[in-house]
Design a protein around this ligand. Structure first.
Ligand SMILES: Cc1cc2nc3c(=O)[nH]c(=O)nc-3n(C[C@H](O)[C@H](O)[C@H](O)COP(=O)(O)OP(=O)(O)OC[C@H]3O[C@@H](n4cnc5c(N)ncnc54)[C@H](O)[C@@H]3O)c2cc1C
Length: 492
């Protein structure tokens, strides 16, 4: 946020709770840095085309630095032996594959060189400074932030504190009406382990498809930078076999039972970590405008602070970058006003909320399938066919990729007459087609996950490991970027 603000002509002061910044010793920082305020940092982060486009267009130095550090680009249409003839927009259907630390490291390098930004590490925001809201608005106006070191005033406070930032508490302390929060539990638990491909093997297999869903569990492989990749298993939180998956030996046995896990783990990769678990994630939408108008002015949320989306679709960083870019582009327009707060909210509802809603529907379907063990056999034939057809038909794959990379909403991409006709033809040619589950059946799964125990573990990982994050934030407080006022050279 701070970097984008500075690139749009503002000055910014960034408060970061953690006392240190990521460096360029990627493995050390990724595997050895305990980060309770950002527990998801060690989980796989695939950057969708939407995130990549913001980086490429707005922060080309950051993007180039990521590539230089080892991030890889994978075009969705390279699933096929031969990439189909290009269509406008295809250039954005590219996944940026890297551990999250590469993005953080590249952003930090750029921030250090940015004259318009002051970064205060280890100085968490503890509160907000406020005055009564502007005339005609019953809310409170934020004028700055407080930390242990004192008060900092700014024209705009941007809450980029993430899902655990605790802005709601700060606003309540300041006397604001509560935000309007929509929250959906997902009921999914994720287990991931990191590996490195053998020396000289720069890529894993292009096939099978990297994400597979079974009747009650799924497996995904996340290729990243520098021969590193992650394997993730996901199950319902009520699944009794869940805790066994923390055992690396059990984890590997179970992962090998799915096509992508089997293909990648057959390559002789070296484990770099233990199994990292995360659960109880939700989809949360938090609006700072209610039926009376903005509950606060002078403060806007970006990133997980507005919408925290469960990672099954990997949207989080993209939505965060969209919001940050929007604030950077508009922050010169009377940022303390009620109009600014309402415009930001309206933009978020128009631009981010449809993807949040899409995520909620997708997670509800997966959660229901896993909880009831209905599997794909329980899903609509046409919906399943769309996915299976895409693996064979580049036009349908393109539509799917446009949805996956947030280029087009599903109701538009899949309503395209050509896409519909292709899926219908594909189905007509396969009258016996029925959605099928990948991976083990329940009896096999229970056998695979039985016998968890330390004795069965493979040798110690090659890279020092950090224990799993706590389930609750350590100290939930708000980080902000108060723009110290748009400069006269501000652009939008
Ligand atoms: C398991 C998991 C997997 C994910 N996978 C993906 C993926 O594949 N692709 C994707 O795009 N997204 C993914 N996400 C989502 C992504 O991590 C978030 O959407 C993204 O990090 C949001 O960025 P943010 O800046 O809003 O918050 P964060 O990245 O959480 O950053 C918040 C920052 O605020 C700091 N902070 C907190 N409180 C204070 C305070 N009081 N004062 C100062 N600083 C403070 C924290 O230390 C932290 O640095 C995943 C999330 C999870 C949980």
């Amino acid at each position: 946020m701070a970097l984008l603000a500075a690139r749009h002509g503002h000055t910014a002061e960034l408060f970061e709770r953690d006392s240190r910044a990521p460096g360029t010793a990627l493995d050390r920082d990724f595997f050895g840095w305990r980060r309770p305020t950002v527990p998801q940092a060690v989980q796989p982060h695939a950057l969708l085309g939407a995130a990549r486009s913001v980086l490429r267009d707005e922060l080309p130095d950051v993007y180039a630095e990521m590539l230089g550090l080892g991030a890889r680009e994978r075009h969705e249409l390279d699933w096929f032996e031969e990439r189909p003839p290009a269509r406008p927009g295809d250039e954005d259907l590219v996944m940026l594959q890297a551990r999250r630390i590469l993005l953080e490291s590249a952003l930090t390098t750029a921030l250090r060189a940015e004259a318009g930004v002051v970064v205060r590490y280890g100085e968490p925001v503890a509160g907000l400074t406020t005055v009564p809201g502007p005339a005609g608005n019953p809310g409170i106006q934020v004028t700055g932030v407080t930390t242990e070191a004192g008060n900092y005033e700014g024209d705009l406070v941007v809450d980029a504190g993430g899902r655990r930032g605790g802005v709601e508490r700060r606003l309540a302390e300041a006397g604001c009406r509560p935000p309007v929060v929509e929250r959906h539990r997902t009921g999914l638990a994720y287990f991931c382990r990191w590996y490195r491909l053998p020396e000289g093997m720069d890529e894993g297999p292009r096939r099978p498809w990297a994400v597979t869903g079974g009747a009650f569990a799924g497996c995904a492989v996340f290729p990243a930078d520098n021969r590193v990749f992650a394997v993730t298993l996901f199950v319902h939180t009520s699944d009794t076999t869940r805790s066994a998956l923390r055992d690396p030996a059990v984890f590997e046995r179970a992962a090998r039972a799915f096509p992508p896990g089997a293909a990648w783990l057959a390559l002789g990769a070296e484990p770099l970590s233990d199994v990292r678990a995360t659960a109880s994630l939700d989809n949360r939408w938090s609006a700072l405008v209610d039926e009376h108008g903005p509950v606060v002015t002078g403060l806007v949320p970006v990133g997980d602070s507005i919408t925290h989306t469960n990672p099954t679709l990997g949207q989080g960083t993209s939505l965060a970058l969209w919001a940050a870019r929007r604030v950077a582009r508009t922050a010169h327009r009377d940022p303390g006003s009620a109009r600014f707060a309402v415009d930001h909210h309206d933009w978020a509802v128009r631009t981010l909320k449809p993807w949040f809603d899409f995520q909620v529907v997708a997670d509800a379907a997966i959660g229901e399938r896993f909880a009831t063990r209905a599997g794909r056999t329980g899903t609509a034939r046409e919906a399943a066919a769309l996915f299976d057809c895409a693996l064979e038909d580049p036009e349908v794959m393109r539509a799917r990729a446009r949805v996956r990379h947030l280029a087009e909403p599903p109701e538009r991409a899949y309503a395209d007459p050509e896409v519909k006709a292709r899926v219908a033809r594909w189905l007509a040619e396969r009258p016996d087609y029925a959605p099928h589950d990948a991976g083990p059946d329940r009896t096999e799964w229970e056998e695979l996950t039985a016998g968890a125990g330390r004795a069965a573990q493979p040798p110690e990982p090659a890279v020092p490991w950090v224990s799993e994050e706590p389930a609750v934030p350590v100290v939930p407080v708000v980080p902000v970027v108060p723009a110290a006022g748009p400069s006269t050279s501000a652009r939008s």
